[in-house]
Ligand binder design. Structure first.
Ligand code: GL2
Length: 825
């Protein structure tokens, strides 16, 4: 499975003159404009079209090779793919970035300007969606047959504006003027049934036959986004389904005396793929969301089966040899009863045979332990939308309960605990349980998280199915998150250790021996400074705030959530401000606190925290007494392309979630890879980052998971900290005044209330002092320039483990059992 080590960058497939000619050709023939009239948007599109020629050629060859070799493939089912921009990535992967940049320069165009024209494909919320994007990058790079399946949302994650400090949500329109990468495939349209009722019939041999008479049918139209591997050999596909009305079919059904459900008014077909649910880590118990999930799973399964049948006809015996489906969280879990329905009702296989296939095909990744994020659907809702699926879920559960009874005879409490159905006022279907029961492998996303999945989320399942629960620590693609986003550092690394690290990230180890070399330290920190200058310019443009590039750039970028504790960072900033007001000589190295975060539109406290950060920022940034020791910059509309600018410029990476709450984190890996030093709790993958970089090169603070649990068990009382620590009291009381919101006292009080009256569920106050002390240690460390440079270099050098290529290798070996396929030209 080891990827071939290459000594050089991908060698360009075409030269500058040919690339220039292709751009001009597309300007003329695809866009109907010319060099004199074209604006940056047109240049961007023409450049995309020029590279797309290579992409499509690669795609054609890949699909042919996979077909001829009848390859086993992984099908990555995910409701989210946070792809970001593709132009720079595709150019890099074909080794054409410098060629394109040179060609455009000769045409009088700066590549950096046209890269900015590309809207982000923001078809995801956060880490889970970006992980899917990194994984399909690695799969293509490692020449593994794979396809991503998801939803072609018309609107991705909302665009965030900040007005008078508050978050405003605006629609995201990523394909308003056409998207140059995607290809519509009307020849592969699928139809999806919804609503209606189930008729029970009896076959000749007394076999019970179930016939679902749907009340409504929608069309799924596939759009393919090519996914180019590094060096451009394998080009896989991300296939996204768009919903459309299938009136023609419904009309026929109706005329034939069929049943058209009154419920069909509830969902007009086009709305299914209209918007991404902007909730992160909360279950969105909405009918439309369940329909979205079923819609893309059903389309994708039918697509897989169509392809399988082309090679194997009706012989189902090899299906599980050819097909493995990874369920990215429980969002696609409805695939399990859908495949059972197709096998039992359509293909007329016996239940046991069908279940045997199903449980060899599916594998499930759990991404969270937060109870509010574990999906449950009212049985009543499933019954209404997918009546046959509810029957199948009951049957799966019935047989599963018999297994439980065998293992724990007569133990009804155990049955209630493990059942797919949660009994209560309202019967609920637990999608996590369904996923564990219907999959052959279940993984968590970091060592600590997987341990907690076994010990606290699913301990009985671990007993019942020994070996099924495993770990695959997350990873990130170094092609995007170092090579493309940080060209200056990449070139420095190339010079120092050679050019094959993007494929073999362990090679970065080679930098460690230069960590204490003064010349290399200077070169490394010069790159960091240049990247800080670029970010400072972005902050100036976007916020009209001047920041000192010699200050510590302290970066916290992630979704806004109480468990991620942006408000812990805020309290510390307020404490520092107070210290400066009380003592103008307060000794600290200047620091710029940079935030990027979107709050779910319905998550009031998260929005209040954004508001508070902005209000505190306004005050501090404009207070001459602070003497520029602190600046606070909240950059609006955090997204992949903004992350690409912030990450290379970070000195400090804030990873301060309450221990036990962040399953893994991936921003932590991106920042450390780019030479930021982490201040963090022992949570998620921070634990593994600490193991890699060593205790001297990371600032770990705060309660451990065990301590969090113990404190909770003994009755955590945040008031104890409030009354005992005068600084905590002063800072919280400050939130109640109108100091930061002149004329509006109490505008920030909800944060104080959540930390005191509401019991501080994420133990912010318990960790405050440890955090604040750790920040003082960061400050001291930074002042020793050489020591800091050494730490930064070690962080980059030790990130080899966190390439998504390693995650994919783990999946291949532990779960998927896939082999690479060479692409013939
Ligand atoms: C998440 C986890 O919160 C995060 O810690 C993890 O890194 C990613 C990817 O595994 O998954 N779970 C989740 O629901 N979202 C995440 O980002 N949205």
């Amino acid at each position: 499975m080891n990827a071939k080590a290459t000594k050089t960058q991908p060698s360009p497939v075409i030269d500058k003159a040919a690339f220039k000619a292709a751009v001009i050709k597309h300007l003329h023939c695809t866009l109907g404009t010319d060099e004199n009239k074209a604006n940056n948007h047109a240049w961007w599109k023409a450049t995309c079209a020029a590279i797309q020629e290579q992409v499509l050629e690669g795609l054609r060859k890949t699909q042919k090779s996979h077909y001829l070799n009848d390859t086993r493939a992984v099908h990555y089912f995910s409701a989210e793919f946070l792809m970001g921009r593709l132009l720079s990535n595709n150019l890099q992967n074909f080794g054409l970035f410098d060629v394109a940049s040179g060609a455009l320069k000769e045409l009088g165009v700066e590549i950096s300007d046209i890269l900015e024209e590309e809207p982000d494909m923001a078809l995801g919320n956060g880490g889970l969606g970006r992980l899917a994007a990194c994984f399909i990058d690695s799969l293509a790079t490692m020449e593994l047959p794979a396809i991503g399946y998801g939803i072609h949302y018309e609107h991705g994650l909302f665009r965030q504006e900040i007005k008078s400090g508050a978050q405003i949500e605006r629609p995201d329109s990523w394909r308003d003027y056409g998207n140059p990468w995607e290809i519509c495939r009307p020849e592969s349209i699928q139809e999806v049934s919804l609503y209606g009722y189930v008729e029970t019939k009896y076959g000749d041999n007394g076999r019970v036959l179930k016939e679902w008479h749907p009340g409504s049918i929608v069309k799924g139209v596939p759009w393919d986004i090519p996914v180019v591997g590094y060096e451009g050999k394998t080009v896989n596909v991300l296939r996204l389904w768009q919903s459309e009305a299938s009136d023609y079919f419904n009309w026929d059904v109706f005329n034939a005396g069929g049943y058209v459900d009154a419920q069909r008014e509830n969902v007009s077909a086009e709305t299914i793929s209209k918007v991404l649910y902007p909730n992160d880590e909360t279950e969105a118990g909405k009918e439309l969301r369940l329909i979205q999930q079923y819609f893309f799973c059903s389309c994708s399964l039918k697509d897989i089966i169509r392809r399988y049948k082309r090679a194997h006809g009706d012989d189902w015996s090899r299906f599980a040899d050819q097909v493995v489906i990874q369920l990215n969280d429980t969002h696609p879990a409805i695939s399990i009863p859908e495949l059972m329905r197709i096998l039992v009702d359509r293909a007329e296989l016996g239940w046991d045979e069908a279940w045997g296939i199903c449980t060899k095909v599916f594998a499930y990744t759990n991404h969270t332990l937060l109870p509010e994020a574990l999906e449950k659907w009212p049985a009543r809702m499933i019954e209404k939308i997918l009546p046959r699926h509810l029957e199948i879920i009951y049957e799966i559960n019935h047989r599963f309960m018999a297994e439980v009874d065998k293992k724990w005879p007569g133990d009804n409490a155990m049955k209630a605990k493990l059942s797919i159905i949660e009994e209560g006022n309202e019967k609920m279907v637990r999608m996590g349980h369904l996923s564990v029961i219907g999959s052959f492998a279940v993984n968590g996303v970091a060592e600590m998280h997987s341990r907690l999945v076994k010990s606290s989320l699913f301990p009985e399942f671990d007993e019942l199915y020994p070996g099924k629960l495993t770990n695959v620590t997350n990873g990130i693609t170094p092609r995007r998150w170092l090579k493309a986003c940080n060209p200056a550092l990449s070139k420095l690394i190339d010079k120092k250790i050679g050019e094959d690290w993007p494929r073999d990230l362990d090679k970065l180890q080679g930098l460690a021996k230069f960590a204490s070399n003064k010349t290399f330290q200077k070169q490394f920190m010069k790159v960091k400074l240049e990247n800080k200058e670029l970010l400072a310019e972005e902050i100036r443009k976007s916020l009209d705030i001047e920041v000192d590039v010699n200050a510590i750039f302290d970066v916290q970028i992630k979704r806004l959530h109480e468990y991620k504790r942006q408000h812990l960072a805020l309290l510390n900033i307020m404490a520092l401000y107070r210290r400066i007001l009380e003592n103008p000589d307060y000794d600290m190295h200047p620091r710029v606190f940079v935030f990027g975060a979107k709050a779910a539109p319905g998550y009031k406290l998260a929005k209040d925290i954004i508001f508070a950060i902005n209000k505190v920022a306004d005050k501090i940034n404009n207070d001459p007494r602070v003497n520029n020791k602190i600046k606070v910059a909240f950059l609006p509309n955090y997204r992949v392309s903004l992350a690409e600018k912030m990450i290379p410029a970070a000195d400090v990476s804030e990873q301060i979630s309450t221990a036990g709450k962040e399953a893994s984190g991936t921003g932590n890996m991106k920042l450390a890879l780019n030479g930021a030093v982490t201040i963090g709790t022992l949570d998620g993958a921070n634990v593994e980052i600490a193991e890699e970089v060593g205790d001297d090169n990371i600032f770990i603070f705060g309660l451990t998971v065990e301590e969090v649990n113990e404190l909770k068990a003994n009755g955590y009382n945040p008031h104890d900290y409030y009354y005992k620590d005068p600084e905590i009291k002063a800072v919280l009381d400050w939130l109640e005044t109108d100091y930061f919101t002149p004329g509006k006292p109490g505008a920030l009080v909800s944060i104080k209330q959540s930390l005191l009256d509401n019991g501080d569920p994420y133990m912010v106050l318990a960790d405050f002092r440890a955090y604040s002390d750790a920040q003082i240690a960061v400050d001291a460390a930074y002042r020793d320039k050489e020591r800091w440079a050494e730490m930064a270099i070690i962080n980059t050098a030790k990130m080899g483990k966190f390439t998504s290529d390693r995650s994919i290798r783990d999946y291949v070996e532990r779960v998927w059992k896939l082999s690479p396929c060479k692409i013939e030209s």
